[in-house]
Design a protein around this ligand. Structure first.
Ligand code: GAP
Length: 438
């Protein structure tokens, strides 16, 4: 993890938020390579979940929603962690923190931070939603929340989407967007953060068909992660026991990934039953039912949800891609990203800064970047330029040498095999397209 975090900062994948002010706890910024990688991940998800299917529509709901949404969803009452405070050092802990010895509220309890005994309070519930106010007056009676999940924006738009897109059940609503949780024990870099992005899909099905759709989505989502190139030995499912289920879930399975700090949830597949739509009917007084055009039956659909964190996936992809290798007696660090995920697809390098090489290299670069994210580098020894792109995970390096100027050819270096192919300049676009297109 230490090596990964240091590479992420050094190469511009992830920076600490507000770093010059000492940082903000568990909030992170994405740098030039990080935003490209993140965009490639969300684009790929959108392609699979929306563009390549007839039965899923996209939405982008606002982060701010009517406060009643969160009463209906159960988040005001149920999205809480029990916490204890230390009266001595003023630190706050989750009541189930296994570092706490003894029973909080009693004399035997010992603070895991300052070691004092008898200073931990009884557990109190603490809501994980961030609260703010709308309008010029801070009105405590009507707080507005930053959404803790994108899902609710899809539920309240269920009929809008179904009717405007003329969808029939079963169909889904997909959304990519920010969510916020005032996590008490955030950490492990971008694994658990207070501001994060989700890629969630809510699939509305006829009650009674929910279990078969649950299995379908569980298999589909595993397949998707495998196709990203994630090590299959590092992916597994964990079924939630009754005491692990979220307040809305009938059944849930986590797709887990073996991160450098152990097996942890990457994506959740949930059978939410009719919990959300029924609650919104109840709280809004508006019907959220589907009229089956064939049977004339009216019913509240059940929902199968797939919920994935973008930052968490990015961390898994980075951890999976990181490798160190011995080449010619030196260690090289390579981010072996799947070519479609790599932030930069092609590096373009004139061998030396003279003899017409930079001019030809610039021409080649201008041609390549019309199709692919490319990077031009003429600084330093060629070996060092290759190493820099290996660390960025760039699959191909195109080098312009003396022969290029004389013969109109370039060499293309493969990041993984280190093999170099000599290609005519006018063949370069099709050579790269064959290897970079999904
Ligand atoms: N709508 C259902 C839902 O939000 P969740 O299991 O709480 O379910 C879904 O979250 C996914 O969102 C998780 O599997 C994880 O990938 C991501 N996620 C949740 N909390 C997160 C946090 N604090 N930081 C980063 N990612 C988070």
């Amino acid at each position: 993890m230490e090596k990964l975090v240091s590479l992420a900062k050094r190469r511009g994948f992830v920076f600490q938020s507000s770093e010059i002010y000492g940082g903000l706890g568990s909030v992170w910024d994405y740098g030039p390579l990080g935003v490209e990688l993140k965009k490639n991940l969300t684009d790929r998800w959108w392609q699979t979940m929306v563009h390549r299917r007839d039965d899923i529509e996209g939405v982008e709901a606002a982060i701010l929603m009517h406060p009643k949404v969160w009463e209906a969803s159960g988040h005001v009452a149920g999205f809480t962690d029990p916490l204890v405070d230390c009266k001595q050092c003023k630190n706050r802990f989750r009541a189930d923190d296994d570092r706490i010895k003894g029973t909080p509220g009693e004399e035997d309890a010992q603070c895991p931070e300052c070691g004092s005994r008898g200073t931990l309070t009884l557990p109190r519930t603490f809501n994980l939603m961030f609260k703010t106010f709308m309008g010029p007056v801070e009105d405590a009676a009507a707080p507005i929340y930053l959404r803790p999940e994108t899902a609710q924006g899809s539920y309240v738009n269920f009929l809008n989407v179904q009717q405007s897109a003329r969808q029939k059940i079963p169909f889904g609503i997909a959304q990519v967007g920010k969510a916020f949780r005032n996590e008490i024990t955030p950490g492990n870099f971008i694994f658990r953060t207070r501001e994060f992005e989700q890629m969630e899909m809510q699939f509305f099905v006829k009650p009674g068909h929910d279990e078969e759709w649950f299995e379908y989505w569980r298999d589909e989502r595993l397949r998707w992660h495998r196709e990203l190139g994630l090590d299959t030995a590092k992916l597994r499912f964990h079924a939630h026991g009754p005491d692990e289920l979220a307040h809305y879930a009938k059944r849930a399975e986590d797709l887990e990934y073996e991160f450098p700090f152990g097996w942890q949830e990457l994506e959740g597949i949930h059978n939410r039953g009719d919990y959300d739509l029924s609650r919104h009917q109840e709280f809004s007084g508006k019907k959220l039912q589907y009229l089956d055009p064939v049977t004339n039956e009216r019913f509240v659909p059940f929902v199968i949800e797939t919920a994935l964190g973008v930052g968490r996936l990015l961390l898994a992809v980075m951890a999976d891609a990181y490798r160190e290798e011995e080449v010619d007696g030196a260690t090289r660090v390579v981010m072996g990203f799947h070519p479609t995920l790599a932030p930069i697809k092609v590096g373009v390098f004139p061998l030396v800064k003279k003899d017409g090489m930079p001019e030809l290299a610039r021409n080649v670069y201008d041609g390549v970047r019309k199709r692919f994210r490319a990077f031009y580098d003429e600084k330093g020894a060629i070996g060092r330029r290759y190493r820099r792109q290996d660390e960025a995970g760039t699959p191909f390096g195109v080098t312009i040498d003396g022969e290029s100027v004389a013969e109109g050819t370039v060499t293309v270096r493969d990041r993984d095999t280190l093999q170099q192919d000599r290609i005519a300049v006018d063949q370069l676009a099709s050579y790269l397209t064959d290897r970079l297109q999904p």
